[in-house]
Structure formats: C-alpha cells, structure tokens
Ligand binder design. Structure first.
Ligand code: GLN
Length: 521
C-alpha cells in the first residue's frame, strides 16, 4: 500500500486499524517532498525530524492502546501565513524572515490536538497578496501539471503540494480566492468556509473582514474530514462563529435530488476560455444527472466585485501591515549597511511640510527626518516586495482624508449590494455554480508586468469573500493541453454541509479528481 495513493480518509482509517504506521506514512510523503520539491518549490520549510518524532509518538500511543485523535497520523502541510510555534512563519516575505511565532494558530493547535502531523510550511504570495505565487520573496511555485505555469495563488504552495502528492492535505487561506483559485488551477479540491467558521487567530492578517482559513485536499470528502477538526468557535477570535460544528463527513451520503443550483449569466463574461466554458457546462450536466435542478439566477453587482475588493482589501491591508515597522514587528534595517543618517545631522521635517524626495533623486540619507524615520523607511522599503508596497499605497491613498468617502466608503456600500445579491439569489437556489477562473493555469511571467491583468484573475472568486459566504472549488475536466479546469460552487452562510455533499456527489460520479500529473509519478 503506497500512502501517497491513499485518500486522507483512508490514511486515518489505516493508521487507526494498525494497517499503516504514522511513521511510515509520514516518511512516504517526506520522501516525495525530498524527491519532487526541488522542481516545484511548494515548501518554504520542511521539518522532517519533528514530523517523524510526532508520528512516532502517535504510533506508540496507538500500540499502547491509548486514545488517538481523529486525524492521527495524517500528514498536513500548512500555508506559511499560519503561525507555528515550532517552525518559522514568514508569509513568504523578507519582512518576517527568521520569525518564529510564540504560539500556534488556532487551526494548527486543533490539527495537533487531533494528532495530525505537520510536515512543513508552504510557499505563497507575499502576505497572501497575489494570484500566481510569483509574489513570494522565496521564488515562485511551479504548477505540477506544467512546470512552466503558475499554480495560482496565493495558496499556490498548498495547492501544488497536494496536486503532486507531497501531502494528502494542506491548509490554505482565502481572502479573495486564494484557496479556490489555486485548487482550480492545480486540479484539487479547496473549500473556503463561511467567514468566521474557522478561527483566524494566528493567521497573519491581510484583510481581516475577508480572510478565512480552509482545507485543500484531493477530494471533497477529505476536505470534510479536515474541516471537522479545524472549524469551531475560538474565544481568541471575536469574529469566529459560535455555531455548532456539524459532522461534515457523515452528511455526505444524502442524495442531491431536489437541490437547486443557480447558474449566473454574469459568469459567462467575455474572456471566459471556451474550454473552461465547456468543462463548466458539462459539470452542470453531471449535477442534473445527480438529480439537481439548474436555475438561472442573477448577481447584478458581481461585475463590481474586483474593483470593490481591490479597495476594501488594500485598505485593510494598509492598516494591518502598519505594524511591520522594524520596531514592533518585522526585520529592522541594520545601521551601517547602505545609506545611514547621521544622528543630529539629517534634515528635520517642518511641521506640515515633511521631507520631500526630488524626482529622479530619491530620498538621500541625510534627508530623513530622523534616524527613527530612516529606520522605518528602510525597514519597510527593504522588507516588503513590490506588490505588497503597491497594496499599502493603494489602501493608504483610499483611506486618506478627502478620498475616504469617494473610495473606501463607496466600496463598502457596493460590498453591501453584492452581499444583498447573494441573499436574494439564495432565496431561489441552494447553491450557485460556475467557473473558478476564466482561464486554465497561465504561464509564469505572463501577467507579472501587468497588475491589472493579475487582479482580473479574481473575477469569479472575490464576491464570495465580500459577501462573507462559502465556496468550494474542484476539478471538472481538463483542457486538450492537459491542464485542469475548476468548477466552483458557492453557498449561503454555514452551508458547508451542502457544498461538501454536492462536490462529493460530483466526485462519486466523475474521476477528474483522481487524475495525477505525470511529471510527479
Ligand atoms: N488574488 C487575490 C489578491 O491578490 C486574492 C488573494 C487571497 O485570497 N489571499 O488579493
């Protein structure tokens, strides 16, 4: 029995029954990481010793007849945006290089308490800002289906490591699509739960009103298994929901007869790749066969999703990232390296005037208002990558006096309209189906010169977060060139049981999710 060929559900059953040891299972995945990750770059940190030691303790407990947790022996890869007390947490940023958090994120603590084995931290776009993983300070992730292509982002490392069977399960975070889009582009299944279903404590904040942690795996059934462990109220996150956590895995069997799935004309916008469109149409046909009814519904404000998201998210980010100033958090620019202000000699900013850089000249060392300002400027200037700086500037601009009402306040009003669209649609249908992304995986480098083209990649995913509802993405076919096509279902708040059940039913009727990239055999 090759552990990498087993589902997460099969792994935990085999470990429980003693057919597979946690050590052998963990070793099998670690060996695959050692063999394959050189060309994929999905991991920023792998802790072989710690993972094997954890696995050995689980095996010992099982042999001694002591109780073991519901995920006992299951290797899990965790996005580097979640704090881990025993492993570095960098958010793929130079700003957090070498940072070791003093505590585990709630999700990580729950995984450990369930006896999962954390194998490592996965690569991502810096601070989760991006849709291709090319914004990582530690190099891009390569899509296992075609190494010249992007895996999507920002949870691209998590998606790629599952697609390449380097871990059966990974944890991602989704602020505007970062679980669903890379899952779609890598041919795996990813669930963004309802806002607040999973605690955000210990998730490095990007846009706090949108961020949500969720499972990524090869099937909806495996996502259900992991969600059972990571969901639930956490007194440490005031926005986490107090609602009971259902037994998601036990709710999968109910047939789909009578389920109403909405189809949205807005989803067929110009730019939708014909092969993606064909895959999505076929997926609707499968759901019809399964007994669901397809109903046309409208989300009239969906077209404002991208502009609204790219105001709300950067505004929140500019505030959240203010803490990385070299003093409170983050790397500090070392004095004596590069430019240095002479204390007492630098120019002083006049009240109301500040220090001004001349065009083409930049700010000279002796032009910093004070050594403290220099330290802030250089720490942030050197610690953050270009996309993070762009978001901070966009957000700071949109929040500044005189622009606040025109941009941020207006975006919040449109956000409300988008949410209202969903509430109305969910009076007529149980779920909404459609594409995850307009195109299959694009080439690395294809969009890096054009931030706007990169933002448009999020067309079908951002509205879910703006509305605070849930969504799941899973493969519904392949292009002629062999790239996965993703299908997305969105559901009302706390409809995870229906999302998982519908995706699971689809996977019982199709085998797209069982295909594996040849390069990773
Ligand atoms: N691609 C989107 C962005 O760049 C979404 C990111 C996310 O969900 N973390 O902001």
């Amino acid at each position: 029995m090759q552990p990498a060929e087993l589902s997460a559900t099969e792994i935990v059953a085999a470990v429980r029954q003693g057919d597979l040891t946690a050590v052998r299972c963990t070793e099998a995945f670690l060996d695959r990481i050692a063999r394959l990750d050189g060309s994929i770059n999905a991991f920023l940190h792998v802790d072989r010793e710690a993972a094997l030691a954890t696995a050995a303790r689980i095996d010992e407990r099982r042999r001694a007849g002591k109780p073991i947790g519901p995920l006992a022996g299951l290797p899990v890869a965790v996005k580097d945006a979640l704090c881990t007390a025993d492993q570095p947490t960098t958010c793929a940023s130079k700003m957090l290089a070498g940072f070791r958090p003093p505590y585990d994120a709630d999700t990580v603590a729950r995984l450990r308490a369930a006896d999962a084995v954390i194998v490592g931290k996965t690569n991502m776009d810096e601070f989760a800002m991006g849709g291709s993983n090319e914004n990582s300070a530690f190099g891009p992730v390569h899509n296992p289906w075609d190494l010249a292509r992007a895996p999507g982002g920002s949870s691209g490392g998590s998606a790629a490591c599952v697609a390449a069977d380097m871990a059966p399960v990974a944890i991602g975070s989704d602020t505007g699509g970062s679980i669903r889009q890379p899952a779609g582009l890598c041919g795996i299944t990813g669930l963004k739960p309802t806002y607040g279903r999973v605690s955000r404590r210990g998730l490095v904040a990007f846009a706090s009103s949108l961020d949500q942690i969720g499972p990524m795996a090869r099937s909806a059934a495996d996502c259900a298994l992991v969600l059972e462990t990571i969901a639930g109220h956490d007194p440490g996150d005031s926005t986490s929901l107090a609602a009971d956590v259902p037994h998601y895995t036990e709710l999968l069997d109910q047939p789909l007869a009578g389920l109403r799935i909405g189809r949205v004309p807005e989803h067929y916008a110009a730019g939708l790749d014909p092969e993606v469109r064909a895959g999505v149409d076929e997926a609707f046909a499968v759901f019809r066969t399964a007994g669901a009814t397809i109903v046309d519904v409208e989300l009239p404000h969906a077209k404002y999703g991208v502009p609204t998201y790219y105001l709300v998210a950067p505004c929140e980010a500019s505030s959240n990232l203010a803490r990385y100033d070299g003093a409170h958090y983050g790397v500090r620019a070392e004095p004596g390296k590069g430019v240095r202000a002479e204390p007492g000699k630098g120019v002083r900013a006049e009240p109301g005037k500040g220090v001004r850089a001349e065009p083409g000249k930049g700010v000279r060392a002796d032009e910093f208002a004070s050594p403290l300002v220099e330290m802030y400027c250089r720490s942030r200037g050197e610690g953050f990558g270009p996309e993070v700086k762009r978001r901070i500037m966009l957000g700071t601009y949109a929040l500044s006096a005189g622009y606040y009402d025109a941009y941020y306040a207006k975006a919040l009003k449109v956000r409300r309209l988008i949410r209202q669209d969903y509430l109305e649609a969910f009076e007529r249908v149980d779920l909404i189906g459609g594409p995850v992304s307009a195109t299959p995986a694009f080439r690395l480098g294809e969009k890096t010169g054009d931030p706007l083209a990169m933002y448009l990649v999020d067309l079908y995913t951002v509205a879910t977060n703006l509305a605070g509802v849930g969504g799941i993405s899973f493969p519904c076919g392949f292009t002629k060139g062999g790239l996965p096509i993703g299908f997305q279902l969105q559901g009302p708040a706390l409809a995870e049981p229906t999302l998982l059940r519908a995706a699971d039913r689809f996977q019982r009727l199709t085998d797209w999710h069982t295909r594996r990239p040849k390069a990773c055999a």
